[in-house]
Design a protein. Structure first.
Length: 181
């Protein structure tokens, strides 16, 4: 199975990079993409990373899932973004897994993908999902083909839900056991 992980300037380091590492450790192929005008991305805490590809250079139908990390970039771009919202709408139309953590679910909320389903997100992000069932006490929530998590402190649970959805619960348990969680 192969998925995309969106990188943007000022992404939350742990949500993006540790999620990627856990998914790869579980045996999933993860390709990082960006809508920025450079592949060189600077994270929220100043780490310089290089995206694998520009988003416009990938064929979306080749991928089984998409991951949208949070970070301070979300507040800066979410209201006028079209790219990430169109990306998640494409995966939704295909009924392929969409996973978003922290403020990342705001893109899903503004795209209408959380209407009528349960989700969690960083506190305050629920303003973009008024027709969903916000569960702030849960670290990660899976409803249909959408997985959300509330923040960097929930990366393990987030990755567990993604791996469980794509590869099965035994593989997800094995992942956590392998890292001594």
């Amino acid at each position: 199975m192969k998925g995309l992980l969106v990188l943007s300037h000022h992404i939350e380091d742990g949500e993006a990079l540790f999620t990627r590492a856990l998914l790869k450790r579980a045996g999933l192929e993860v390709v990082t993409i960006t809508y920025e005008n450079t592949l060189d991305i600077e994270t929220a805490f100043g780490l310089k990373v290089k995206a694998d590809a520009f988003a416009h250079d990938v064929h979306l139908n080749d991928y089984d899932f998409v991951v949208v990390p949070g970070g301070k970039y979300v507040a800066k771009v979410v209201d006028h973004d079209i790219h990430i919202k169109e990306l998640v709408k494409y995966f939704d139309a295909q009924k392929k897994l969409i996973a978003a953590i922290c403020a990342g679910p705001r893109f899903l909320g503004q795209a209408g993908l959380l209407d009528g389903i349960s989700y969690t997100a960083f506190t305050g992000s629920e303003v973009d999902m008024p027709k969903g069932n916000y569960l702030p006490h849960l670290k990660s929530v899976q409803d249909h083909h959408i997985i959300t998590a509330r923040g960097a402190g929930a990366v393990y649970e987030f990755a567990y839900e993604i791996v469980s959805y794509l590869l099965g619960e035994d593989q997800a348990k094995s992942l956590l056991k392998g890292i001594l969680h």
